[in-house]
Design a protein around this ligand. Sequence first.
Ligand code: AMP
Ligand code: MG
Length: 407
Amino acid sequence: MPTPAEALALILDRLAPLPARRLPLEAVLGMAAAEPLTSTATVPPFTNSAMDGYAVRAADLAGASQEHPVRLRVLGDLAAGGVPLGAVGPGQALRIMTGAPMPEGADSVVPVEDTSRGEDWVEITAPLRTGIHIRLAGEDLREGQRLVPAGQALRPGDLGVLAAAGIPTVAVHPRARVAVLTTGDELVDVSEEPGPGRIRDANIHAVCAQVSACGATPVPFPRVPDDRATLMGVLRRALEADVVLTTGGISVGDYDFMKAMLEELGAERIFWKVAQKPGGPLGFWMLGGRAIFGIPGNPVAAMLMVEEYVRPALRKLMGFTKLHRPVAEARLEDGWTGRTDQRTTFLRVVARREADGFSARTTGPQGSAILSSMLSANALAVIPKGVACVEPGGTVRLHLTEEPEDH
Ligand code: AMP
Ligand code: MG
């Protein structure tokens, strides 16, 4: 039985980023660029005014004061989007708006607030630093400048820069399409009143949300009853997606058919069961280049498996460089007592950043069916195999599940 680290390595070794696709800027938010992006343009493309005011020659204003204002002749008006018709000579000014190109001859802009205007003249009562209130061509971006590395989620600011730099499309790794199947005769929809022996399907919502949260696209399937033929049919359809996630039916119960069905379909078993609590029976198969995760049905175990194994796998498929959550050491304030065995234990905890590092508290009862333990959790504490007890205040390692990857 692989340890969690071994299981993760077995999964990641089998997966490579999905082939890149060229998409328009409006479709790539949150996706990873497949190649480094480089500016194809100079930004700004021309030297322009940073203020609404007057384009002037600073030398003309060297002697300006309250007592001796300098009066310049105004040649005309220039709005953003216009082009200057002529040069500004000594003793002259051009009324100019923010973003309009600087005319020949002018080297500075006087903000309109610092001027008083007559019919065809403007008066200025203070000198001006040469070059002030103008934006030089290329001061923002140069042609050939590196903008965004490959493998990093594109953010709104990145898209703005790419647009300014003349890059209308980006080669990105597509979002992985993830078929999500929940199995179990006992399951009913959230909107239904469960009859005797039935419960509501929590996993379809939790797991699809986890898939969305890491940037992939969930494709929820109708709940699958514990029936071989139905399961087989649904699995065949699910295998049209890039990845298949199934919850339930993966253990050793009399109605746990998932493992047998997948192998009947020809899936190659990479492992079944991981040495961890909660949720040992995680299975991982490959079939026709697709990854299939058989996840236990207990909702806490299911979410934990998606967090620890599926999420890094999806991020690898989607071309991200960073696959893992940040880790930190923390004091476990309330301590923990379990049983000594050869499995790693994951505790749901509330972690707090304090002046001298992180502290954490468990979220209460940690049973794998206690879904309410997820409500306030913002981290997982990882208790190594062989450790049966953490004293109150003892040190634990955390996976910070609410923070973006940092390594
Ligand atoms: P299984 O892995 O199918 O043996 O299911 C283990 C436990 O998880 C059982 O108590 C199931 O009723 C429960 N369970 C399975 N699937 C779901 C689900 N989609 N939502 C909520 N509980 C589930
Ligand atoms: Mg079941």
